[in-house]
Design a binder for this molecule. Structure first.
Ligand code: CA2
Length: 149
């Protein structure tokens, strides 16, 4: 069974507790449960991880090599700053989908740039927590077409 790593970056542990008008009212635990349910329906295995630390996110991406067949990444604000995360994703060569709860292109100009996009198959943003499920659908199709699932 193909395995997907769902990786969330800084401050996303606060989901559902503040700024519901921007990020919705579901908690990270609810997002992770929904990912597990949806992955099961798609015949995928899922592992979820969140860290507020750039180095820990990089380590998780490195550790994914040989363990996971796909990565779903919401890198939070590191999206807009981290060449190191982009390099890590490129180096492991694992198909990845970038997710954002909010529509980063409709927000402040500094959120319009994504280093993650340069390493990802594609980006899903603006659909709230549903974005993670759409990303699972996209990875399931990609892996099936690539003969990896
Ligand atoms: O829209 C997204 O998913 C973001 O990745 C969220 C990041 C933001 O810096 C990106 O530009 C877009 C911020 C995550 C902060 O999450 C919070 C959730 C609830 C309360 C406070 C922060």
């Amino acid at each position: 069974m193909a395995s997907i790593l769902v990786l969330n970056g800084p401050n996303l542990n606060l989901l559902g507790t503040r700024q519901p008008e921007v990020y919705g009212s579901v908690t990270l635990a609810m997002v992770e449960d929904a990912c597990a349910d949806h992955a099961k329906k798609l015949g995928l295995d899922v592992t979820c991880l969140q860290s507020n630390h750039e180095g820990a996110l990089i380590d998780a991406i490195h550790d994914a090599k040989g363990r996971h067949d796909g990565i779903i990444l919401n890198a939070g604000a590191y999206t807009h700053t981290s060449i190191a995360l982009m390099d890590a994703l490129i180096s492991v060569e694992i198909p990845s989908v970038e997710v954002h709860l909010s529509n980063i292109h409709a927000r402040e100009p500094f959120r319009h740039t994504s280093y993650i996009s340069k390493a990802a198959l594609g980006q899903i943003c603006g659909f709230g927590a549903q974005g993670y499920l759409l990303a699972l659908d996209a990875l399931a199709t990609h892996l099936r077409e690539a003969g990896a699932a």
